[in-house]
Ligand binder design. Structure first.
Ligand code: OVV
Length: 411
């Protein structure tokens, strides 16, 4: 039975005769990206589990159910893909990730390797260089006074530290952001964003595949470190390049969006900016709160491995479930004043990095970069203001800006 009333307003749930609200919201449309918050609230209010008729998927938009799905990987699996496409029914657009698109026990082995490659001990070795690069970047921008905080800070800073930390040669790095943009668009439905990205993907894919080879990774970097685990037998030599590919897919653009989110927050909440200036040791939490507030990674899917009851709703086996991480991170059932950016908030438990066995394996690198940029800004900058037109960048998974014109003055 089709319960959708097509004449209803976009965010209005129809009467749920089967116990589940059918909504005609398209969470991968430009209108949704422009302002997702009313639709997030409508989805949370419609029930613990909803059904999105536009793409024939179940959805969870409340914190409790997003958390529950993330933490039940046996019922809500990743090996059938974490985008809309079901790998049991469709051929993936690229060979599946050995960590993101895998379940235990295969996932456990690859995850252990990347956890070691991106461990606290490795962060300690990187910390001084990452901090110095952020200070140099902020000095350079202060001398300019006006700049685009997306291209000239949120992109430029990660590009100045991450590719070197990974061990990439200098040539071809211009493919990195387009490749990541492609990967995150490809999790979405077969809309214009996804189809266009895949149609233009060949040169970016060729670059990434080549750089994943052991001989193209400089000694001491994350990439060489992954290949070294193929010698100890933790992974096979054939698996190493695909794990390097995971870092090239998820390690750069995500931090671009995270840093962009943090600068955008600080420019919009001047009292929070003043608090950060007074106490730069709040930088790490200010970055974490920006990840909650903007949720640069907005969504991921899971696929049910069995019939399951969640929130009093039964979902059959083999169904896609869309998790709205950004909505969970602003659910009033979980957060006080969720729409306020508060740099001293107790932010632990947010799902901006996910939760459970797949929670971001690179989160320490992301936090180090975020802390470095916000610390340098807090120490060196007096005022930070938006001084031009803010332009949004559209992606099926990532939420962030195309352009954020900023003016800063020295402390
Ligand atoms: C978390 C994430 C995003 C995109 C790609 C991958 C992981 C990967 O493992 O390739």
């Amino acid at each position: 039975m089709n319960l959708t009333d097509v004449s209803a307003p976009a965010a209005h749930p129809t009467a749920p005769a089967d116990g589940i609200a059918h909504l005609d919201i398209d969470p991968f449309s430009i209108a949704f990206f422009d302002d997702p918050y009313p639709a997030h609230e409508a989805m949370r209010e419609a029930g613990p589990v909803i059904y999105l008729d536009r793409w024939n998927v179940y959805g969870v938009a409340r914190y409790a159910e997003v958390y529950a799905v993330l933490n039940d990987n046996r019922t809500f699996c990743s090996s059938r893909g974490v985008g809309l496409s079901d790998f049991a029914k469709e051929t993936p657009w690229r060979p599946p990730s050995l960590i993101l698109e895998a379940d235990p026990p295969a996932h456990t082995r690859t995850r252990a390797v990347l956890s070691k490659v991106l461990s606290p001990a490795v962060m300690k070795r990187l910390r001084d260089g990452f901090m110095a690069a952020a200070e140099a970047k902020v000095d350079e921008l202060l001398a300019r006074g006006q700049f685009d905080a997306i291209t000239e800070l949120a992109e430029a800073y990660p590009l100045s530290v991450f590719p070197d930390a990974l061990g990439l040669k200098p040539e071809g790095r211009e493919h990195l952001i387009p490749y990541a943009s492609l990967v995150f668009n490809a999790f979405g439905p077969p809309n214009e964003l996804r189809q266009q990205a895949i149609a233009r993907s060949a040169p970016h894919q060729a670059y990434v595949t080549e750089q994943c080879q052991r001989d193209n990774l400089t000694p001491g970097g994350f990439g060489a470190c992954i290949h070294a685990f193929a010698e100890t037998g933790d992974i096979t030599p054939a698996e190493a390049p695909l794990l390097v590919r995971s870092l090239l897919s998820a390690g750069l653009d995500t931090t671009v969006y995270g840093i962009g989110a943090a600068v955008y927050c600080l420019a919009r909440f001047p009292e929070e900016w003043q608090r950060l200036r007074q106490d730069p040791s709040l930088a790490r939490n200010a970055f974490e709160e920006a990840v909650r507030f903007e949720s640069p990674v907005q969504t991921f899917f899971r696929t049910t491995t069995r019939e399951v009851e969640i929130g009093g709703v039964t979902i059959p086996e083999g169904e896609k479930v869309l998790m709205f991480l950004g909505s969970a991170n602003r659910d009033v059932r979980r957060w006080e004043r969720p729409d306020v950016y508060d740099i001293s908030r107790k932010v632990s438990g947010h799902v901006g990095f996910g939760s459970g066995i797949h929670m971001c394996v690179g989160q320490l690198v992301a936090r180090l970069e975020g802390e470095a940029v916000l610390t340098a800004l807090a120490r060196k900058v007096a005022t930070i203001e938006v001084n031009g037109a803010v332009k949004r960048r559209y992606n099926n998974t990532l939420r962030g800006l195309e352009s954020l014109p900023i003016s800063i003055t020295p402390a």
